[in-house]
Design a protein around this ligand. Structure first.
Ligand SMILES: Cc1ncc(C[n+]2csc(CCOP(=O)(O)OP(=O)(O)O)c2C)c(N)n1
Ligand SMILES: [Mg+2]
Length: 438
């Protein structure tokens, strides 16, 4: 309260693509400018609305908020596609690798068409999971650099031509920067910029570039690459013994119905969910880039409210749940009916795998998870069950499928140090990269 009302605007300027302090005079133009940037770039913006401007009258805008997207300069697009054609010509293996910008910029349809244009393999970064049809021929799973399984690694690293679509690199999606993309064999599409090998072309939107690449591919006779067409298998693991991570994800996967949403929180849940092949038209929500735990329970409220007829399944750790658990109350209030699998492994297992396996900062209070829905006001039909064996998990998932209109909370009790292989490998790398003192 030092009288400077600009602090927050200046803070937001660092993490937004446009922002404005509204006045009665500038509001119509500034609101449109900022919202346009938000929609076009699919990134955050900030509008500061002072209380004395809230009720100010302003003229209605005379034109629609969004003019159609500017197409690329025809010459630039032509040069880019010619560069791509030279790289694709004679390629024996072509692979598309998609990241989170592909989903944000609405490329599901264009990418499906691209993959139908030729025998092209496909893979996703963990950040892009869900944007490609995982039931399609040639889908090779999640690529995480040097810690990927053989199939995904070979699809990406042995490709004669790799097409990166909206896939910026970060530590966690690349297995601690252990990825290998040869620049001269890589076509890279990012919002409003495209590169064919080392040549960069400005002003080309991703949808336009994907469409153009589809046409180039359609006109070529690409050979069918080795390994194309084998479906990613998923073993069924059951049994009456103690429930482990390796039982949990194979059980959760087949449960997710077509067109549903799988939301996965950072922690063992996110990496376990990477092993879950999604049914056609399913969506995946996660956020491995910043990985801020507590995000997914409110995000699940969002996915439920956005499309009430569609079911969301959230997989979340006991530690992450404690950051935003109160949103169960908002779910109850709006009658949202997701399936929530709470991984109860007695604290921060993902962090224990990196540093401080027994450190007190990785411990949490032991909550009574199955009591939470009732405490937060969920109705009498709510299902809340604790499971400790694969058979119990299978039973309650079957019950969840029979009760699509009820909130279902499943507390899955798992061993404290058990983690999916992908997380174990990633944590080992992070531990090496951030090793401190002997
Ligand atoms: C806001 C925030 N704080 C801390 C972290 C670091 N962090 C990443 S995973 C994790 C543990 C998550 O524990 P839990 O939800 O129980 O998942 P588990 O790995 O045990 O299944 C923590 C603390 C983070 N990502 N975000
Ligand atoms: Mg935990």
């Amino acid at each position: 309260m030092d009288g400077d009302y600009g602090h927050f605007g200046r803070m937001f300027a660092e993490v937004t693509v446009a922002r404005a302090d509204l006045t009665a005079d500038n509001a119509p133009a500034e609101i449109d400018r900022v919202l346009r940037a938000m929609i076009r770039q699919s990134r955050p913006v900030h509008l500061n609305l002072p209380t004395d401007v809230v009720l100010a009258g302003v003229p209605a805008p005379g034109e629609p908020l969004l003019a159609p997207e500017e197409p690329a300069e025809p010459g630039v697009l032509r040069d880019f596609l010619a560069g791509c054609a030279r790289m694709l010509d004679g390629a024996r293996g072509v692979t598309v690798l998609a990241g989170h910008e592909a989903e944000r910029h609405g490329l599901r349809g264009p990418l499906r068409d691209l993959l139908a244009a030729a025998p092209v393999r496909s893979a996703v970064f963990s950040s892009g999971k869900g944007v490609l049809d995982e039931t399609a021929t040639g889908f090779a799973g999640t690529y995480t650099g040097g810690i990927s399984d053989k199939r995904a690694r070979s699809a990406v690293e042995d490709a004669d031509c790799l097409i990166l679509v909206g896939a910026p690199v970060s530590d966690s999606v690349t297995g601690g920067f252990s990825h290998h993309f040869a620049p001269e064999r890589t076509i890279e599409l990012r919002p409003s910029r495209a590169a064919a090998g080392r040549a960069v072309y400005e002003g080309i939107g991703m949808a336009e570039a994907v469409g153009g690449l589809g046409e180039v591919l359609r006109g070529m006779r690409l050979p069918v690459p080795e390994g194309y067409g084998r479906a990613a298998g998923f073993p069924r693991v059951t049994g009456g013994g103690e429930l482990m991570q390796r039982h949990t994800w194979p059980a959760v996967g087949p449960f997710a119905p077509e067109g549903s949403v799988l939301v996965a929180e950072q922690g063992t849940a996110f990496y376990g969910a990477q092993e879950v092949p999604l049914p056609a038209d399913a969506r995946f929500v996660g956020q491995p880039l910043w990985g801020s735990i507590g995000y997914t329970l409110p995000a699940t409220l969002g996915t439920e409210l956005a499309a009430p007829g569609r079911r969301s399944m959230l997989v979340i750790g006991d530690g992450s749940l404690q950051l935003t658990a109160q949103e169960l109350g908002t779910m109850a209030r709006y009658g949202a009916a997701p399936v929530i699998v709470v991984v109860n492994n007695d604290g921060h297992t993902a962090e224990r795998a990196i540093h401080g396996a027994t450190a007190p900062y990785n411990d949490i209070a032991a909550w009574d998870h199955t009591a939470l829905p009732a405490a937060f006001g969920a109705g009498p039909g709510t299902v809340a069950v604790r499971v400790t064996t694969p058979a119990e998990l299978a039973d309650v998932l079957a019950l969840a499928a029979r009760t699509p209109d009820e909130l279902v909370l499943i507390e899955a009790v798992l061993p404290r140090e058990d983690a999916p292989e992908l997380l174990t490998a990633l944590a080992r790398r992070f531990a090496e990269q951030t090793a401190y003192g002997a």
